[in-house]
Each structure stands twice: as C-alpha cells, then as structure tokens.
Design a protein around this ligand. Structure first.
Ligand SMILES: *Cc1c(COP(=O)(O)O)cnc(C)c1O
Length: 448
C-alpha cells in the first residue's frame, strides 16, 4: 500500500463497497486521465471500458468540454435557480428540444440521477391529485429494476443487493415481471419477438391500473440487473396501455440516453414518447453532476395556477441548473453533432460485437452474448444447457474484475455478467485490447 492509499483508507468511505475488501485490495489512486485511459500515481494505465460508472460519454479530459467549463467558470459559477435564470441553462433547453422525444418540453433540473427519479415520482403523484384522481397514489416498476439509491428511487428499484435491507422503509410498489429475454418463457428472441411477455403487464394494469400514478422503466436495457435487454415493441405496447389507464410512463434514460443504445434515447427505438424522462450520466459527458426530469406541457399545466391554490411543485435542489453543468451539457451536444459521434459509434458497434462473439462464444460457460449500441454483455453460467447461474458466493465477477485491473483494464462485471459500456469514442485497437484482456481473465478465473 502506498502513502496515498493509506491516507485514503484513513478518511474515505467508498461507495457501494465492503471496506474490508480494501485491506487486501486498496483503492487505485488516479492521477490523471485522457480519452479512455486512466493513469494512476505510478503511471500505470487502465482502459475505462465502463465509462466510470457509465457517465463518461466522450472520453476523459476532452479539451472541448474542459474549455466550455473553464469559460463558464470565469463568467458565472452558480446562481440560485428560483426566480433567477441564466443564458447557459436556457440555451441548453433550446438545444435539447431538437433531440428529445416529441411532446417533452419542460425541464426541471437536479444534480444527480436519483434526485431526478424522485422528482418524476412526486410530479406524477401530484399531477393526479390535482387533476381529479387522488386515488392514483401507487407506482409500477419492473422486477430487477434499478433507479438509484435514495429511498423512493430504491423503492421502485428491485436489486436485492441494494434494496433488501431497507424494505421496511420503502413504498409498496406494484411489481411487474421484467421481460426475461435470455431465459424467455415464450422461447423468443428480443430482436425479433413481438413482446409476447407483455400479457403479464396487461394483467397488472387490469388489476392495479386505476390506483396507479405512473409506471417507471429503464427502456430497452436493465443495466444494473446485468445489462439485460428487451424489445422496443414492449415500450410501444406500454405507451398504449398507459394511455388507456391514465398512467404516466416515466422513462429512466439515465443510463440509456445520449447514444448508448445507438440512438439519442432508447425511447427513439420505439418511436413513442414517455410523459417524464429522466436524464443524467451522459448529459454532461460525465464531467459535472447534473440531471433533468423533462416533462410535457400537459403535466406542467396541472401545476400552473394562482399561488394560493397551492398547486406549485415545491421541490428544489441547491445546485439545480448549475451553470457549469449546463455549459458541459451544451458542449456535449455540440460534439455529438460536429463529430457525428452516434453515427460513428453505430459503425463501430458491429465490429465490436463481432470481436466479442469470436473471442467468447466458443468458451464453456458463456451462456449469452447480447448487444445494444456499443454496450455488449457476456453472461457466464454454470450450465449453458439449463442456463443455471453460478453460486453468487463464488464472486466470479469480482475475481475477473481484479485480474483485469492487474492487466490494465477497468471492467466491472455485474454478478457473472461481464460487460463493456465504453466511451463512444473508443477505437478499434482499444476494442481489440480490452476484449483480449477480458477473455484471458475469464479463462483464468473459470479455469478453462
Ligand atoms: C445511475 C442510474 C441512476 C441513479 O443515478 P445517480 O446519479 O447515481 O443517482 C438511476 N437510474 C439508472 C438507470 C442509472 O443507471
């Protein structure tokens, strides 16, 4: 352990970690970064193929984003956002209007993904209360969903690892079976199916639709559940069903937005719009903490009246609309456009997927290889015929994680799912390198 690591462990309680694990495996102290490369204080390089928790969209220390923030910093670093505004936030909204699903047009700012989810849930609840449906007080969400870590966000989520312990504190959610595409009970494939599993959702709406304010989904990709992918047909059907029951459709695009799935937003694949869309992560390219809950004129109008009627949305975050975040977010949109980032990522996607299939598909224990945009996931299973999972106590993913770090690649498997979710600017040489490392680590850990 070096001096910095010792000092780190004296003070810092790291997120989502058993700190005792750090005794034998102290934190890697990063000194600087460039593109997809992180460099530690000894100069060792790590390829960041998880985009630093999926937020880094265009590489680290991108000079255009850095300069935009620096320029903003010398102009206006922050200002209260109630009754005050600034050109940077206004410009960002103007620019986003061309990019977001049709019908979304009102922007409410916060400073992290979970907070934007809280906002969406509160907004939906209050909308129904103020439009004559006070019985609509519940939320629907999918099994194995992930929507963040604050209490309401945790409640709509369903990853045992994060939620189980806190169950006594959480809202009672109507849980809908997620599309389970690797182990599809209808024996279909998500790229060609007609979302046959949607009948389970219809049943839930029949039973609970009238008391439900909103259904929240991670569109097309349940990230934390293990990069599980499903069909856009599901979203199309869900839009129609939500309309039928006057239930809001909340899109958690925090992980899927900004080109991750090959289109600007995952909902674009379904060619329908949600009622509220939460964005964060890619929004600022991963440079500044910021999120937005974007909604429709109709929802906005339900809050618009004389002050004394008490219909306003009395929700705030100190750093709402932070100009530094907005300046980064504008520059991200400029770069996406000027450098044709999404088009180019879509050209690279089949190449990356082919590499991964060539290297992994013949290995024993590789149950499924799935892809969406540049996101690729490899699910390891004990038995590929029965699709039985490995015992979680073996912590295979964690072992692969440690080995890959040793070889200079930051992979962070979710359980036994190895995945790649790199910055969209990754090049072919790096794709080749990181997949080589991943395959050799998987072989070592699986003893094959
Ligand atoms: C990361 C994430 C969140 C939570 O965002 P934070 O900024 O970590 O609070 C919510 N939903 C999804 C789908 C995410 O990936």
């Amino acid at each position: 352990m070096n001096k910095w690591q010792e000092e780190d462990l004296k003070y810092i309680w790291h997120p989502c970690s058993q700190m005792k694990d750090y005794e034998g495996f102290p934190p890697i102290v990063i000194d600087h970064a460039k593109g997809i490369n992180l460099y530690d204080i000894d100069g060792k390089c790590y390829k960041d193929v998880v985009s630093s928790w999926w937020c880094n969209l265009l590489g680290h220390c991108n000079p255009r984003i850095s300069n935009a923030i620096k320029k903003q910093l010398d102009t206006l670093e922050h200002v209260i956002f109630a009754n005050f505004s600034h050109k940077t936030a206004i410009t960002l909204c103007q620019k986003l209007m061309d990019k977001i699903p049709k019908g979304l047009c009102k922007f409410n700012f916060a400073d992290n993904g979970s907070s934007s989810i809280e906002m969406a849930l509160k907004m939906s609840f209050q909308y129904h209360k103020q439009t004559g449906n006070p019985q609509k007080i519940r939320f629907m969400a999918m099994t194995e969903a992930y929507h963040g870590e604050t209490l309401a966000a945790l409640a709509v989520g369903d990853c045992d690892l994060y939620t189980k312990l806190y169950k006594p504190l959480l809202l009672d959610i109507i849980r809908i079976d997620k599309p389970d595409c690797y182990r599809c009970p209808y024996c279909k494939h998500y790229k060609t199916c007609n979302a046959e599993c949607f009948e389970r959702t219809e049943k839930a709406f029949k039973e609970f639709g009238n008391e439900t304010a909103a259904m929240i989904v991670e569109p097309l990709l349940q990230g934390s559940a293990g990069m599980k992918m499903y069909s856009p047909v599901y979203l199309k059907k869900l839009r129609a069903l939500c309309d039928e029951y006057n239930v809001h459709l909340i899109a958690d695009e925090i992980a899927t937005g900004y080109g991750r799935t090959g289109k600007m937003f995952a909902f674009d694949w379904a060619e329908v719009s949600p009622d509220i869309m939460c964005v964060s992560k890619g929004l600022t390219g991963g440079y500044m903490p910021m999120s937005i809950a974007i909604t429709t004129q109709e929802i906005y109008d339900a809050f618009y009246s004389d002050y004394l009627e008490g219909k306003a949305f009395m929700h705030s975050h100190t750093y709402a609309g932070n100009p530094l975040g907005c300046s980064a977010a504008i520059e991200v949109l400029n770069i996406l456009e000027d450098e044709k980032i999404i088009e180019n990522a879509n050209k690279k996607a089949p190449i990356f997927n082919k590499m991964i299939k060539e290297k992994f598909s013949k290995l024993p224990h590789v149950g499924d290889i799935r892809d969406l945009g540049l996101i690729n996931a490899i699910e390891l299973v004990k038995d590929t015929k029965t699709k039985e999972s490995f015992d979680g106590k073996l912590r295979l993913g964690y072992q692969i994680y440690k080995k890959a770090l040793d070889k200079g690649v930051l992979l962070r498997p979710l359980g036994d799912v190895i995945y790649f979710n790199p910055p969209l600017i990754i090049d072919e040489a790096d794709m080749d390198y990181v997949t080589d490392v991943a395959v050799s680590c998987a072989k070592e850990v699986l003893n094959i």
